[in-house]
Design a protein around this ligand. Structure first.
Ligand code: FAD
Length: 306
């Protein structure tokens, strides 16, 4: 699925709904930027990242302090970005910076190549989950980028980021549903082979019914994600719907992960057990890409009737 579009002979459709960084260039990138970046992204040789969050501004995106100031035929960027996925091994960051000091929402996006002078990875962060993906803090110390690296419309970056968040929320929710299904499958296998009380654990109604309910919840979340994907694909405003799905699906998946590790007993506390990794990885889902509370606000403020 995705928006039909081609660039330089490449079908860039695949850039949408496949990851969380490249949709930024797909949605607002110029033809020249798409031609420059799409081949590497599609071949997997160019790893991209999104740099929005800062040490003092996460949920409150408009509170960011990184600045980009006009300098000759380009921009001079200064600031710090936090929790950036792919920041260590990536090649390019789609980075947000304040370009209008007078307007809280006066933010623009820039394509920042990692080899630019003044760009550095301050620290690789050690995480509870998602341990196979790199996350880091970035420092931009007088980094200069040319005008051609402005991504999207000057001062409109905040709204462009928000638009991309819809895609991100859908991708995170879909990933969560897949992980929860894997956890249920592992738990069905474990409980149907683990012997106890003269049978297997799955003989116990307290276990089999809770797993049945977990499956029903995951099925409901999956259907909700499909509905959101269909709305987005149809060009409908999915902000309220997808925010609700992001909140509900990712909280639900964490409940399911809890149940699944519980039914693994002591092995559910061992790092070698696959379900433990799924359990750890799911924890970020209610925080990243818009915390549950922030998602619920998106729903609530669109639900005011008087
Ligand atoms: C592994 C990982 C990968 C990430 N990757 C990226 C990336 O690639 N690019 C990027 O830009 N960012 C990335 N992030 C950052 C992520 O998007 C933020 O951590 C997230 O948006 C929350 O921001 P924060 O950490 O500053 O928490 P805060 O904004 O300080 O919020 C803390 C908590 O307060 C609550 N809260 C916040 N706002 C409200 C509210 N309005 N009402 C009620 N409760 C509220 C929520 O429970 C929230 O979790 C990543 C984070 C992690 C951990």
């Amino acid at each position: 699925m995705g928006l039909a579009s081609t660039s330089g002979g490449f079908d860039v459709t695949v850039l949408v709904h496949t990851d969380m960084a490249s949709p930024h260039v797909m949605h607002v990138g110029s033809e020249a930027q798409l031609e420059r970046l799409s081949p590497g992204i599609l071949s997997g040789e160019l790893i991209t990242a999104v740099g929005v969050t800062e040490p003092d501004a996460g949920s409150d995106v408009a509170g960011m302090r990184t600045t980009a100031v006009r300098d000759g035929a380009g921009w001079r960027i200064n600031g710090t970005k936090m929790f950036i996925t792919n920041a260590v091994y990536g090649d390019v960051v789609f980075l947000a910076a304040r370009t209008d000091a007078e307007n809280r929402y006066g933010i623009s996006m820039f394509i920042v190549e990692k080899d630019r002078e003044g760009f550095s990875v301050a620290q690789k962060l050690d995480k509870h989950g998602w341990r196979c993906s790199d996350t880091a803090e970035l420092v931009l110390d007088d980094v200069w980028v040319p005008d051609e690296n402005l991504l999207g419309t000057e001062h409109r970056g905040f709204y462009e980021i928000m638009k991309n968040f819809q895609n991100e929320r859908m991708v995170i929710s879909a990933e969560a549903v897949g992980a929860a299904q894997a956890a249920i499958d592992l738990t069905l296998e474990h409980t149907q082979t683990r012997r106890a009380f003269g049978g297997v654990l799955f003989d116990k109604q307290a276990i089999r019914q809770r797993l049945a309910m977990a499956q029903a919840k995951v099925d409901a979340c999956r259907a909700a994600v499909y509905q959101g994907a269909w709305m987005m694909e149809s060009g409908l405003d999915a902000t309220k719907y997808m925010s609700g799905v992001k909140a509900f699906a990712n909280e639900t998946v964490n409940e399911v992960m809890y149940e699944c590790t519980q039914f693994h007993g002591g092995m559910g506390f061992m790092t070698e057990t696959p379900v433990v990794r799924l359990y750890r990885d799911a924890r970020i889902n209610t925080i990243g890409g818009g915390a549950t509370e922030v998602m619920l606000e998106e729903v609530a403020k669109r639900s005011i009737v008087v």
